[in-house]
Design a protein around this ligand. Structure first.
Ligand SMILES: Cc1cc2nc3c(=O)[nH]c(=O)nc-3n(C[C@H](O)[C@H](O)[C@H](O)COP(=O)(O)OP(=O)(O)OC[C@H]3O[C@@H](n4cnc5c(N)ncnc54)[C@H](O)[C@@H]3O)c2cc1C
Ligand code: FES
Length: 263
């Protein structure tokens, strides 16, 4: 983990209210793994006071990319940054995905901007296995990175709530359809997106005995394990009727789906 001032090398509005920033940060990218995140200080003013976490979207020798959706004050200010501006970032933080190499197909399931960390994972996994990406969103404008994924040779299927692109339905519908017809069982599943989607994903994975890793989001303050602001409930395997707390920032953000207490 390192803190540095990273120059914005590229800025792209990939869709309405969705931006991609390429950051000059080779000292972070050299140790970065898909699923890890950076903690970004958006402004030198008081508000927003806290850093904001963003998944590492792409990793290359010159630095990293982040991909974000504007949801509030911090992301709105971040969207106003220009090429050449500097961002104070800390990273790489947290535990990323464990890429399973001994498999024919890896299934990546993204809800909306959940595609951000799964893109880096897809780039890593495609070096040794077939990658299938299933993306869901409310409507077609929320389906991002489609062309870039296809250009990498990744098979992508899309679901939208309103049927404006792909099937009318949700990403987990695509997953069930795929698993029902898959030749080999127990394919590894990786997911990122809204909690309701991740819960269903976890249930489907259990039904098909598929290993499933999930990237969780939580409100964060310190980002390094000190404040306990990001804890989530996990199954306590020593005492199944109880639960234990884990910190998303240092114990995650990627967890084995079987660890997460969904109720
Ligand atoms: C490990 C981790 C990785 C993340 N990676 C990404 C990423 O790659 N791309 C990305 O766009 N976001 C990502 N997020 C979420 C991102 O950190 C938040 O969207 C951001 O902090 C919001 O800051 P804000 O100041 O704009 O919004 P705030 O002013 O803090 O909140 C504004 C409103 O948005 C709501 N809100 C906050 N976070 C979210 C959210 N995640 N989804 C929906 N509504 C939300 C709040 O409840 C509030 O109502 C990640 C979060 C975590 C914990
Ligand atoms: S954000 Fe402080 S412990 Fe996770």
């Amino acid at each position: 983990m390192i803190q540095l001032s990273a120059k914005i090398l590229e800025k792209e509005e990939v869709a309405c209210d969705h931006y991609r920033l390429a950051l000059d940060a080779p000292l972070i990218s050299k140790d970065a793994h898909p699923g890890q995140f950076v903690h970004v200080k958006i402004t030198s003013q008081y508000m927003p006071l806290l850093r904001r976490p963003f998944s590492i979207h792409r990793i290359n020798s010159s630095g990293i990319e982040i991909l974000f959706r504007v949801v509030g004050t911090g992301t709105r200010l971040l969207a106003e940054k220009r090429v050449g501006d500097e961002l104070d970032i800390i990273g790489p933080l947290g535990h990323g995905f464990m890429a399973k190499e001994d498999t024919f197909t890896a299934i990546l399931v993204a809800g909306g901007v959940g595609v951000a960390p799964l893109f880096a994972l897809a780039e890593r996994l495609r070096q040794f296995t077939e990658v299938k990406m299933l993306i869901g969103s409310k409507t077609k404008t929320g389906i991002i990175c489609l062309e870039k994924l296809e250009a990498l040779g990744i098979g992508v299927q899309v679901a939208t709530d309103d049927g404006s692109l792909g099937i009318k339905g949700i990403a987990t519908d695509l997953l069930e359809d795929f698993l029902v017809t898959a030749a080999s069982p127990q394919l590894p599943i990786y997911g990122c997106g809204p909690m309701p989607m991740l819960k269903v994903l976890s249930e489907i994975a259990q039904l098909y005995s598929s290993p499933c890793q999930i990237s969780l989001e939580a409100n964060m303050a310190c980002g390094v394990g000190a404040c306990l602001g990001c804890v989530v409930k996990m199954v306590d395997h020593h005492s199944p009727s109880h639960f234990e707390y884990k910190r998303v920032c240092v114990d995650g953000p990627v967890f084995d789906a079987k660890e997460i207490l969904w109720r």
